[in-house]
Design a protein around this ligand. Structure first.
Ligand code: 9MR
Length: 397
């Protein structure tokens, strides 16, 4: 099952050491020849078009990626990837049939000032998706992070804050009515087990990352958020979404209990999503499939929404063959869990090229977390996904 493709260590070292531009400049190539990086990008697109992940996936599973833009990209020193990197977009469209705006539908991006919405980037992603036969995962509506100051530092009363949240949800969900397959309505609403006090709702001002809406309006606001979203788009599937919930553990069990409560109250909750930001220094979440299954048994859909697999890079900056193989195993293991659970219908990776991954900017020294190198050369992890999908569809990889 593992790919035996090897990678050019020499070329990788040159990239890592920042030597590639120098090598390119001094190479005695004919003036008309495309630079190797561009040639690699073209080859990568050709491969995607002929045989991308979406082309081999089973019919009942969409294969998604985050569409890079906003967030850490704003300070990365390059133009907005989804808008300006045409090659990136072409490969994305050929490989994937689901897309998640990485930051472009978050509050600080789409609703930067009170009463001011900026839909341009989100509109472009949704229009591109329609033109390319992709579904869209909306991300996200009720979250503690990436909120604009006018929300977190405004002097709104509780009633005003609730009206602001309702207006936001209904405006954003309503705008894309019929064009969003799944919404992450509530994102990361439980604190981590390692936070003081252990896992609990982010409803405490003492918590570093408390959720202002839950803190001020109480946990009832969670059910209300789902109801408002459902009113605005009755067709969209509405999800809870979080990280560090892959295993059966304290945090995922807190969600399991919450999901049961919400369903008992008739809240339109349709799915539970596993972000799956994984790290090779920790064991593989061996109970992922059983965990997905217990949510499935509640009648919920499940989804993998933000998979990436980071590790600590060697000093050279070049991943070792062992690291890439272990990474491939991890990607494959998560996909296999999803394939084994009846209503796991959506499998998304959080970016497909290291060129734009959020990991190095948040965890210096770590990286290479996606399935393609910066020049879109595919890693063993890509081939592991491809082969696993093809096998699940009964096709050759
Ligand atoms: O990938 C996103 C990055 O560009 C932003 O700077 C960052 C800010 O918090 O958010 C990243 O995406 C997060 C996602 O929205 C929710 N789950 C965790 C993801 C990685 O931090």
């Amino acid at each position: 099952m593992r790919s035996s493709r090897s990678h050019s260590k020499v070329a990788r070292s040159a990239v890592a050491a920042g030597l590639l531009p120098l090598l390119l400049a001094t190479a005695a190539a004919p003036a008309t020849a495309a630079p190797p990086a561009k040639a690699q990008e073209d080859a990568s697109y050709g491969q995607a078009k002929k045989n991308g992940l979406r082309t081999v996936a089973p019919d009942d599973l969409v294969i998604g990626t985050a569409a890079a833009g906003g967030g850490h990209h704003l300070t990365a020193g390059y133009p907005d990837p989804f808008t300006y990197d045409k090659q990136y977009r072409k490969i994305l469209n050929a490989e994937f049939n689901s897309v998640s705006p990485e930051n472009q539908m978050k509050w600080d991006f789409i609703h930067p000032e009170e009463g001011v919405y900026d839909f341009a980037a989100a509109d472009a992603i949704v229009a591109n998706a329609q033109a390319n036969g992709q579904v869209v995962r909306g991300h996200t509506l009720l979250w503690h992070s990436q909120l604009p100051a006018w929300v977190t530092e405004g002097d709104h009363t509780d009633a005003e804050l609730e009206a602001i949240l309702k207006d936001h949800i209904q405006t954003v969900v309503g705008r894309y009515k019929g064009r969003i397959q799944q919404w992450d309505v509530a994102n990361e609403i439980f604190a981590d087990t390692w936070d003081a006090g252990g896992v609990r709702l982010r409803d405490d001002p003492e918590l570093a990352a408390s959720n202002i809406f839950i803190e001020r309006l109480g946990p009832e606001i969670i059910g209300k958020a789902f109801r408002w979203a459902h009113e605005a788009d009755p067709e969209a599937k509405l999800f809870l979404n979080d990280y560090a919930v892959e295993d059966v553990n304290t945090k995922s069990t807190a969600y399991y209990e919450l999901a049961k409560e919400l369903l008992a109250e008739g809240v339109p909750l349709h799915g539970f999503a596993f972000q799956a930001h994984l790290d090779l220094q920790y064991p593989f979440p061996a109970s992922l499939e059983a965990n997905m299954q217990r949510f499935d048994d509640l009648g919920l859909e499940t989804a993998v929404t933000e998979l990436d697999v980071r590790f600590t890079l060697p000093e050279s900056g070049v991943p070792t063959a062992e690291q890439l193989a272990e990474q491939a195993d991890t990607y494959q293991g998560v996909l296999e869990a999803c394939l084994s659970v009846e209503d796991c219908n959506s499998f998304t990776i959080w970016g497909f090229t290291d060129k734009y991954s959020w990991v190095p900017s948040f965890s210096p020294g770590q990286g290479a977390a996606t399935v393609m190198f910066e020049d879109y050369e595919r890693k063993p992890a890509y081939y592991a996904l491809h082969e696993t999908l093809a096998q699940a569809s009964g096709e050759e990889g």
